[in-house]
Design a protein around this ligand. Structure first.
Ligand code: EPS
Length: 393
């Protein structure tokens, strides 16, 4: 399965094309819209989210609610485009139009954004040409594609959930979610303003976001994705580019503003002896091979072990600040203090939804690389056969 996304933040629409999905799979706009709405939510979002109501249009690859096996095209209209038709127009400028008159041109790169290097790389002296695509608005389509991937995984008995672990230095108490089922965890976070399972931490996170907003600053955090039901042996140790952990980590790092990834205990492993890191193996008739603990986060040797996969990502504070940072105007080469741009003080809750969807997409791709049936029922049979085989191995 491969896919592309396209679209500028204030352009007419965002688009994705997915190719290689199995046929006969249930797919509706409702399944995707539910996830798009979650991505738009979470305490700490800015004014743009009051303008947009992201709703997907499916314009190919699905008929009467089922995938055809042909490419699936998804699109979401940018409601804000109506305010930007002149600035973001597609048609060439008329002879009577002076490019210098185009409004909202940007010659002042924001520290921490793609603005400056992107302008250099593509020869854009109006840095708007960079930020329109580097904007996290793009994650809308990654969630849309991921919602399709999540449906695919669900059909194979694989569940995913993501939650917020930390915001602005406030950490979750792990005992608040460790004993919850996936379903319970999903329910708890869906009713929480920052998608966090620990009510005490959540309150402090909301306060930290409000405080950052007041100070004209932004704050980052850590999100965790949990996957249950993945059969053992997805990915491989035989070649570096087939390792599942590297694919999942790469997917996490592809999210705007993400700067680091941890699998299982992650960086904590550096501080622990091997006896407290590796998970002892056991076997019983009902469950086959399992591990007594899951400190390696469901991955050994670049392959899924069959235990839950746990992967965390860290999001830096959004670099568009009301509190100005120093930069240099590319026309005058004079230093300036950044002007105020519209921004979200904290998008970590939304980023947890994005993380869940990009990880679901990467896992679905890895499964489709290894199991090749062209129908969803064919794939289900293959995966069920693997599950039976590994139990008796
Ligand atoms: C973003 C800036 C803001 C965010 C945007 C990402 O948009 P605007 O420039 O229109 O104020 O709201 O996020 C989204 C639009 C979204 O859908 O998540 C940026 O600079 O990355």
């Amino acid at each position: 399965m491969r896919f592309f996304t396209a679209g500028e933040s204030h352009g007419p629409q965002l688009t994705a094309i997915i190719e290689g999905l199995p046929a006969q799979m249930d797919l509706t706009v409702e399944m995707i819209n539910k996830e798009l709405a979650r991505r738009q939510g979470g305490h700490g979002r800015g004014r743009r989210m009051q303008i947009e109501t992201d709703e997907v249009v499916i314009s190919s690859g699905v008929r009467h609610g089922k995938t055809l096996g042909s490419p699936v095209t998804l699109s979401v209209v940018n409601d804000d485009f109506k305010h930007w038709t002149k600035i973001m127009g597609i048609e060439p400028l008329g002879e009577d139009q002076d490019p210098a008159d185009i409004k909202r041109q940007i010659t002042r790169p924001r520290p921490g954004h793609a603005d400056l290097v992107g302008g250099m790389k593509y020869g854009h002296r109006d840095l708007r040409n960079v930020l329109e695509r580097s904007s996290a608005r793009e994650t809308t389509m990654r969630v849309a594609v991921g919602a399709v991937a999540k449906k695919f995984l669900e059909e194979l008995g694989i569940q995913t959930v993501a939650h917020v672990h930390e915001i602005g230095g406030v950490k979750i108490d792990p005992s608040s979610y460790e004993d919850l089922t996936m379903e319970q965890l999903r329910e708890v976070i869906e009713n929480d303003p920052v998608y966090c399972a620990d009510p005490a931490a959540s309150k402090k996170m909301v306060a930290a976001i409000d405080d950052a907003k007041e100070r004209g600053d932004t704050i980052g955090g850590v999100v965790e994705v949990i996957i249950e039901g993945c059969p053992p042996g997805i990915g491989s140790y035989v070649q570096f580019d087939r390792k599942l952990d590297s694919k999942l980590a790469g997917a996490m790092m592809s999210i705007n503003a993400f700067k680091g990834v941890e699998i299982g205990l992650g960086f904590e492993m550096a501080r622990l002896p091997g006896s407290q890191v590796h998970d002892e193996i056991q076997w019983d008739e009902e469950n086959g091979y399992t591990r007594k603990t899951n400190r390696l986060g469901g991955l050994e040797g670049g392959m899924s072990t069959g235990m839950p996969i746990t992967i965390k990502g860290v999001m830096k504070p959004i670099p568009t600040l009301y509190k100005p940072l120093e930069s240099v105007d590319i026309d005058t080469k004079e230093p300036f203090v950044a002007t105020i741009e519209r921004s979200d003080p904290c998008a970590v809750p939304a980023a947890s939804v994005v993380a869940e969807h990009v990880i679901a997409t990467a896992l679905a791709q890895a499964i489709m690389e290894e199991y090749r049936s062209d129908t969803i029922d064919g794939l289900k049979k293959e995966i069920d056969a693997v599950r039976q085989y590994v139990k008796e191995f």
